[in-house]
Design a protein. Sequence first.
Length: 364
Amino acid sequence: MKSKRNGSNGGEARRRTISVTWLVLAVVVAAALAVGACALFLPDCAPALLDSPEEITSAEVSGQRYDGRQSVNVVPELTDKRDLIINASGTVTADYSAAGLDSGKAALAVNGRQIVALSTATPLYRDLAVGDSGPDVRALNAELARLGYGAPADADSYTRATANAVKALGKAVGAGFGDSGSLPLADVLWLPQEHVSVSVWQGVVGLGMSAGSPVGQIPGGVTKLTVKNGSPSDRDRTLTIFGQSATLPAGTIEIADARFCRQVADTADFQQMTSTPEIDMSQGLDAVLELKEPVVAVRVPAAAVFGVVEDGNARKGCVMSGGRSVPVTIVGADLGVSLVQTEDGSALESVTLGSALDGASSCR
């Protein structure tokens, strides 16, 4: 009898365990169905953190000194290589070409007589003395004056002052040059520039020279410098290359000023590049471009400028400020910001942007 009661109690315990398990499963299923019904029939409700941000329709502005400084590539236009022609015959007794040739200094000596390098606007082609006149004499006077020897810079006549300048040059050079005040062609080696580096040189001590033959060769000179892929500006800018600077006039992207081109060509950096065959000049030379006169501009978000048009070399547009449309000139840009100047000189404290500009397409 005891054994039968134990078996009956065990069965009841198992039945209670199964009932609890089904109860738990029923609760889980009911909860899942409730959640599904809410998801199906209740409207979507985004969390507060995912609400759309309030649209910004205005922005404060600030002033900035702007010089438009930028790195650019400049492509030089070059003349062909040139031979240097000697006008004396004899044996080379001295050679001064190691560091290049400079106008007003000895280039070499032939038969013990110094031959002076001179850069003149008109090549020297004859013996010159007091009483001679012409474009070549004027060019000689100008160069002697530049060298500091007191010749009349604007005179086209070989005057006594010219003769004295030649004598002074002779004293600086030595070895009999210019003693009489006249200038024999045999004593001069004409240069197309104030300084040149020779790529080929035959005036080596001990070799024989013949008048009218090449003594050396120089790389081509610079006739024009053009900003590669450049855009004209409505303001004058300053171009600096190899430490030499010149004004790039408004509306242009090139400089053809002969003096500046010669200064660039005379630099050691340029001379080294022209003597290196591997360097392709057509790819451009590193330079810096900036406004000649910096301006004070206003920084505004690029999205605040509308109605932008090209007006000659300038870009113009408008901004909304204080409920009115203000014409501006765009002078530059910087990472999502436009740098502008108001055309009427008025000050800006804030500008309108975004959808608040809808329908504002013209202001002129």
